[in-house]
Ligand binder design. Structure first.
Ligand code: XMP
Length: 509
């Protein structure tokens, strides 16, 4: 495995992605990891990430310099390189000019890290400090116009430094450089596959849970479905899933999910219908955050009541993914975890004293999908677009009523049908309709109409943190608009949302 030390860079998840793409396992740990834990992980290589600090700031993050004496290859990237230089007796100084953006890298010396890499490559820089003097035993392997020491090596100890970021797309040959480190320098083997992951995870689950019972809130989304399939493989009927129908799902979705889940996950699933209760408590509520709070609270109450009926349950399983874990262990915390907290409607019931089982907590979303495939789940579960816990409640702006739910369901159903037929479903991060609290005038036949407006939202994204509105062809949009207005009663106007995130968000509420 490769150990990544997180000095707080915004790109550290990307480093992990690049390593995993090489089928090598990696883990991100904070700089204050103790040496005993570090050794017990038995890394074949260590990558020190970049970070926003300057090595000379009082509280800049540092790792025990003993890591340079472990006989394990170390690659320092940006701040990681500067830390290495400072720790080993070289000098780092503030550069006269901050360097940010593209630069041409001139590779001066053959080095294992640059095997099969062109002599001149484009690289991505983002730093204020620079290396002034190398520590003893190091030599320069590459330079840019503004950065005479842009890469360095200490071959005897297998220590490497890169001032630029090989992990970002803006360094086109960066993947090769990371691959060279992993395979040529660290001599890792390609052993990280979802097949071996599933086998190991099942063993671990059995070991953790023994003969006790586990419960899981199943939403029908990819994360909870894959978690269920994996745990079921490990402990069979000791797993019970609870599916709460809140009446805020898409047209026929709860029913369709029931059938799909039953067919493909031959698991104990308890379906609880709480539609009426959700609608009743949401009556007259228009404020988005109040909607979320009410829905979150009822979900918990219904879930807890159902879970309470399961005798001997000691564990609660959750489909937590690695990006959430990384955010919470990151050296600087980061604001992203706060933004996301309201998204996790199916969180840990507070009153229940259950221990957590989180078998996906070292996986990224695309790996979860691969794992789902490996476990035999159908594409309709693996490739579902994300759907928010509060469901259509936050896509009906204003009050949620049965007739308004019906209108939105019909529009949404038609939209998804067209999106799927045209082959956009997997390409888009999300695509959905929003019902506005406005009416507008129209003309149908010879008569005046005064009906609802719906907005269509379709976005591309990698992780929902940022998103771009999808540039769907006009002809396609025209077809959707005309079908909606002709086929859904109560809608006479369709608009397309052309805002990106930030500054807008994906959902309207
Ligand atoms: P925003 O609207 O914040 O959405 O750009 C980012 C992602 O989160 C989803 N989302 C939610 N998911 N409960 C959820 O489970 C929520 O309250 C919630 N709000 C937004 C949204 O669909 C998108 O994928």
């Amino acid at each position: 495995m490769i150990l990544i030390i997180d000095f707080g860079a915004q790109y550290n998840q990307l480093i992990a992605r690049r390593v995993r793409e090489c089928h090598v396992y990696c883990q991100i740990e904070p700089p204050d990891i103790d040496m005993e834990t570090l050794r017990s992980l038995r890394p074949e290589g260590i990558i020190l990430s970049g970070g926003p600090s300057s090595i000379y700031e009082k509280n800049s993050p540092k790792i025990d310099r003993a890591i340079f004496e472990l006989n394990i290859p170390v690659l320092g990237i940006c701040y990681g390189m500067q830390y290495m230089v400072d720790a080993l007796g070289g000098t780092v100084k503030q550069a006269p000019k901050r360097e940010y953006g593209f630069a041409e890298l001139d590779i001066k010396k053959p080095a294992q890290l640059f095997d099969n890499v062109d002599k001149k490559i484009q690289c991505w820089m983002s730093h204020g400090d620079s290396i002034k003097k190398l520590p003893p035993g190091f030599s320069t392997t590459a330079a840019t116009k503004n950065t005479p020491i842009a890469a360095m090596v200490q071959p005897k100890k297998n220590l490497y430094g890169l001032q630029f970021h090989p992990e970002v797309e803006h360094t086109p040959q960066g993947r090769k450089i990371i691959r060279n480190f992993i395979f040529n320098v660290c001599r890792c083997r390609r052993s990280w596959t979802m097949k071996t992951f599933a086998r190991d995870a099942e063993l671990q689950i059995r070991e953790q849970v023994k003969n006790k019972k586990v419960i899981l809130g199943l939403s029908g989304g990819v994360d909870s479905s894959v978690t269920a399939a994996l745990i079921h493989n490990a402990i069979g009927n000791h797993l019970t899933c609870i599916f709460v129908d809140n009446g805020l799902m898409r047209k026929n979705e709860a029913e369709k999910l029931k059938i799909t889940l039953k067919r493909h996950l031959k698991i104990n699933i308890r379906f609880v219908s709480a539609k009426a209760r959700f609608l009743k408590e949401l009556k007259g509520v228009t404020d988005p955050e109040r909607k979320r709070k009410i829905i979150g609270r009822i979900f918990m109450e219904v879930f807890e009541a159902e879970a309470g009926k399961i005798k001997g349950a000691e564990f609660l399983a959750q489909g937590t993914l690695y990006p959430d874990v990384i955010e919470s262990i990151s050296a600087f915390g980061g604001p992203t975890s706060v933004i996301k907290s309201h998204h996790n409607v199916g969180g840990l019931p507070v009153k229940m004293k259950l221990r957590l089982v989180e078998p996906l907590k070292y996986l990224f979303k695309d790996e979860v999908r691969q794992l789902g495939k490996q476990l035999g789940l159908p594409d309709e579960l693996i490739w579902r677009q994300p759907f928010p816990g509060p469901g259509l409640a936050i896509r009906i702006i204003g009050e949620i009523t049965r007739p308004r739910l019906t209108v939105l369901r019909e529009v949404d159903d038609l939209l998804l049908d067209e999106i799927k037929k045209a082959g956009y479903y997997k390409k888009l991060w999300q695509s959905f309709a929003v019902l506005l609290p406005l009416k507008s005038v129209g003309v149908m036949g010879d008569a005046r109409t005064y009906e609802n407006i719906v907005a269509i939202r379709a976005v591309t994204s990698k992780d929902a943190m940022t998103a771009d509105w999808a540039k769907l062809p006009h002809k396609f949009l025209a077809k959707i608009s005309s079908r909606i207005i002709n086929e859904v009663r109560g809608v006479n106007r369709v608009v397309y949302d052309i805002s990106s995130k930030p500054p807008s968000t994906i959902e309207w509420e």
